[in-house]
Design a protein around this ligand. Structure first.
Ligand SMILES: Cc1cc2nc3c(=O)[nH]c(=O)nc-3n(C[C@H](O)[C@H](O)[C@H](O)COP(=O)(O)OP(=O)(O)OC[C@H]3O[C@@H](n4cnc5c(N)ncnc54)[C@H](O)[C@@H]3O)c2cc1C
Length: 96
């Protein structure tokens, strides 16, 4: 993340940057994916939403501790789920 400010260094207060990057960009998912009251995507512990082909991981998912370590773990869990999903649909496809 890069924060650019035109303020002189002595005028930049720590409180000025506390809110950066904390709002999830999920407006476009309203009415499509289940979102919680903070507009974060609701998933189970396998990072699956209620929509079979939609997965969410990292800060954007509901209940995320919003840490790098947990985002990485979420990504690994989501990758396994996506792999299982693709394997499942390829096994039922008439042309796998
Ligand atoms: C100021 C600040 C300090 C932090 N300090 C720490 C710390 O010290 N230690 C720590 O563990 N964590 C820290 N964090 C939290 C950490 O940065 C996040 O937990 C981590 O980056 C989450 O990774 P992510 O991949 O879920 O989301 P992000 O890193 O936010 O990545 C999401 C990406 O998706 C992109 N994107 C958004 N919307 C769309 C769209 N519609 N289409 C395509 N792309 C899109 C964004 O541009 C971004 O590149 C800090 C966060 C902030 C804001």
């Amino acid at each position: 993340m890069l924060i650019v400010s035109k303020l002189p260094a002595e005028q930049v207060q720590p409180a000025s940057v506390l809110g950066f990057g904390l709002d999830p960009n999920t407006d476009y998912l309203e009415g499509i994916a289940p979102l919680d009251h903070d507009l974060q995507i609701i998933v189970n512990d396998r990072m699956e939403t209620q929509i079979p082909y939609l997965f969410a991981a990292g800060d954007i998912r509901s209940g995320s501790p919003r840490q790098i370590a947990t985002a990485v773990g979420d990504g690994a869990a989501a990758a396994v789920s996506v792999f299982r999903f693709l394997k499942e649909i390829s096994s039922i496809s008439p042309n796998p």
